[in-house]
Ligand binder design. Structure first.
Ligand SMILES: [Zn+2]
Length: 135
């Protein structure tokens, strides 16, 4: 799967967003090293606290299916589903990714409907706290 194909899977995942409170639609597409794809979207809740991000939905779907070796993830989002610049992963999602991914893990961040910027997990979470710290 090419980066572009992975990115378009994330764009497609935005369609299922449940975001009646923020109207921010987010999609994520996670590719495992074994070549499996797991998508996720943000799921909001009237109590706000239970809301979960698209990235974590994708990661937790994969882990619950026995996959922990991740290759890269694409993340895209926008108010009312309009992609006008990067919708970067929140701090919680960055930490969840660091649980399973190394510093050089690639993250594709949507900028427009057709274009994305490629960064690493280290770019988003420098000097991170990781599983190695507690071993
Ligand atoms: Zn998040």
């Amino acid at each position: 799967m090419t980066d572009k194909e992975l990115y378009f899977e994330a764009v497609k995942a935005m369609e299922n967003s449940y975001s009646p409170y923020s109207s921010c639609k987010v999609g994520a597409a996670l590719l495992t090293k074994s070549g499996k794809l797991f998508t996720g979207t943000n799921i909001e809740n009237a109590a706000f606290g239970p809301t979960v991000c698209a990235e974590r939905v994708a990661v937790f779907k994969a882990v619950s299916e026995g996959e922990r070796d991740f290759f890269k993830i694409a993340v895209v989002g926008g108010k009312n589903g309009e992609i006008n610049g990067i919708f970067a992963p929140c701090g919680v999602c960055r930490q969840v990714l660091r649980e399973f991914c190394s510093d050089d893990f690639e993250i594709l961040l949507g900028e427009t409907k057709d274009n994305f910027k490629k960064v690493t997990l280290k770019d988003l979470l420098p000097i991170s706290f990781s599983p190695e710290n507690v071993q």
